[in-house]
Design a protein around this ligand. Structure first.
Ligand SMILES: C[S@@+](CC[C@H](N)C(=O)[O-])C[C@H]1O[C@@H](n2cnc3c(N)ncnc32)[C@H](O)[C@@H]1O
Length: 268
């Protein structure tokens, strides 16, 4: 498995406490509302991470059963520790490209900001199609271009200054590597989905210090592994990125534009 997809070690806690509040909360509400609008009874979530969407679904769908899955048991452990115990939520580790569920077991499948990390996306869409009942809905979100994402673009620019000869490509390759709506639509239709709708949704990140934006990216995502592989000291890189962000924006907490595709598709 590529280190781009490894959310383990110290990442789950930092992801949940720093990354999610920075830029995932508003999208989790959009995505969960989109799922809830069809009033499903059996919901599968893939790449559920530390459960920001799971918590919103649990609130918005008071009688649904939710199966929340992720490749990383450590992310799910954090998710289960944050949501108060509920007999309506089942946490299970699973690769979204090889789902351990029966055909037609769910009436909705949701995946927020996970699909960009799946090497075999067509295979993953095929799995979603298989486990959905006919007429069931797939709701997912994928980030738009990094150029429309002020905080991550600024971190990427800072990394280019710090590593001028060979800047880490993680942000452009993985979280911001699946941004073309035509490609998303084509892959979903090829997997047997109809009525594919793609909305481009803009939010703003919560006002956050340069240091927390640097920590979020350099220590709360798999970029941490890529820096470690280069023997780059995490604290020093975080401090350098912080300094470059403060040069760009000043020392006040920064709120920047975020852009994502929120996608719905119906299992034909
Ligand atoms: C950016 S996080 C998104 C988590 C959560 N959906 C959210 O919105 O906060 C990406 C997640 O994808 C998971 N992931 C990566 N590859 C996966 C795979 N093949 N199958 C299932 N989950 C995967 C990671 O473990 C991580 O939790």
């Amino acid at each position: 498995m590529s280190t781009d997809s490894v959310f383990a070690g110290t990442i789950p806690e930092l992801y949940d406490t720093v990354v999610v509040p920075l830029m995932f909360l508003d999208y989790a509400e959009d995505v969960a509302a989109e799922v809830a609008s069809a009033a499903p009874h059996d919901v599968l979530e893939t790449a559920a991470g530390t459960g920001v969407v799971t918590r919103a679904l649990h609130r918005l769908l008071p009688s649904a059963r939710i199966t929340a899955t992720d490749l990383s048991p450590a992310m799910l452990e954090r998710a289960a520790a944050v949501l108060p115990p509920s007999d309506r939520v089942r946490w299970t580790s699973a690769d979204a490209q090889d789902l351990p569920f029966d055909d037609a077991a769910f009436d909705a499948v949701v995946c927020q900001f996970g699909v960009m990390f799946f090497p075999d996306r067509p295979g993953a869409y095929g799995q979603v199609r298989r486990v959905l009942r006919p007429g069931g809905r797939h709701v997912m979100a994928a980030w738009g271009r990094i150029e429309d994402h002020e905080a991550s673009l600024a971190v990427d620019d800072a990394l280019r200054v710090i590593f001028p000869d060979d800047p880490p490509q993680f942000l452009r390759r993985s979280p911001f590597g699946y941004t073309d709506p035509a490609v998303i639509r084509g892959e979903l239709e090829d997997a047997g989905f109809s009525d594919v709708r793609i909305r481009s949704v803009t939010h703003h990140s919560r006002p956050t210090s340069a240091r927390d934006i640097a920590i979020a990216h350099c220590q709360g995502t798999p970029l941490a592994h890529i820096l470690a592989e280069r023997h780059a000291d995490a604290a020093r890189t975080t401090a350098e990125v912080t300094r470059l962000l403060e040069e760009r924006w000043g020392t006040q907490p920064h709120s920047g534009r975020l852009s994502a595709h929120v996608v719905t598709a119906v299992a034909a």
